[in-house]
Design a protein. Structure first.
Length: 277
């Protein structure tokens, strides 16, 4: 019996050692990287704080809009994704999958037309139109039929079903070329509109000064424009994805980095307290 017990103990130690070695050698995958976003996704989908921040953004936007008494043609320029509609179920669907964002999966989500409105967005944009303004939707959803990526129709149908105003060819400005938005913002002012407010979840939604892809450059641009936040620029919270993440990875061809490299960079950029143990 003692001999058997020793044999079983030895076998258990071998199994434990083998399992530990296997776990240590297991490659870090896209699924592992996706799983790191669970807390951010949970906050967006479940926290009352996220809902409160969304209402706060649109309440402030309404206050600023109503304060502007200038006569003439006036407009609001808004981004779409994570500014007026919630696409977090798309990212939630990547949890447990060994792949990340792709054009094909994004197209499938967009054509499902199941994105929901962010709290306060529909009421505010309808208020703008009811009080004589125009709303221009400047989004990087692609309208590129030549690349089999034309999301205009499905996006317009989704927004119309949610009750957003002025969903038409004039006011919907999807991406047809560069992802930079300044040309489309210039088109709005070129039609004689004063842009009272810009709203977005990404700093590049506001000004070319934010088109940089480094942490230092983006931070400097924020300091340069600090008086505009809450005044002309209204930012919606998005901890799930965005240009901020690309900057964390160092910009450039950040998307070519492996899942493990991205995870390690995320951790390396954190400010940390050094515990004794």
């Amino acid at each position: 019996m003692k001999h058997l017990s020793k044999s079983l103990l030895g076998l258990a130690m071998v199994v434990a050692f083998t399992s530990t070695s296997f776990a240590a050698d297991k490659p870090f995958t896209a699924q592992d990287l996706n799983d790191e976003s669970v807390l951010a996704l949970s906050w967006v989908q479940n926290s009352a704080e996220f809902t409160a921040l969304s209402y706060q953004a649109f309440n402030l936007a309404k206050l600023r809009w109503d304060m502007d008494k200038q006569e003439g043609k006036k407009a609001i320029v808004v981004d779409v994704d994570e500014t007026i509609i919630d696409n977090s179920p798309y990212n939630g669907g990547l949890i447990g999958k060994d792949y990340g964002y792709s054009g094909d999966t994004w197209k499938a989500w967009s054509e499902d037309k199941s994105a929901t409105a962010l709290p306060g967005a529909v009421d505010f944009l309808n208020h703008v139109v009811e009080t004589g303004g125009d709303v221009f939707y400047v989004t990087n959803r692609k309208s590129m039929p030549e690349k089999n990526m034309d999301l205009k129709q499905s996006t317009m149908e989704n927004l119309k079903a949610l009750g957003f105003p002025q969903i038409d060819e004039k006011h919907m400005m999807l991406r047809t070329g560069t992802s930079k938005k300044q040309e489309r913002r210039d088109t709005v002012t070129g039609m004689g509109y004063k842009i009272v407010l810009l709203m977005g979840d990404n700093l590049a939604d506001f000004d070319v000064a934010f088109d940089g892809d480094t942490l230092e450059g983006r931070a400097k641009a924020v300091e340069m424009h600090k008086s505009n936040f809450g005044n002309k620029f209204i930012v919606l919270p998005n901890p799930i994805y965005g240009a901020w993440e690309a900057a964390v990875y160092g910009g450039g061809a950040w998307y070519k980095k492996s899942a493990q490299e991205k995870s390690e960079i995320r951790k390396s950029t954190l400010r940390k307290f050094e515990f004794e143990k």
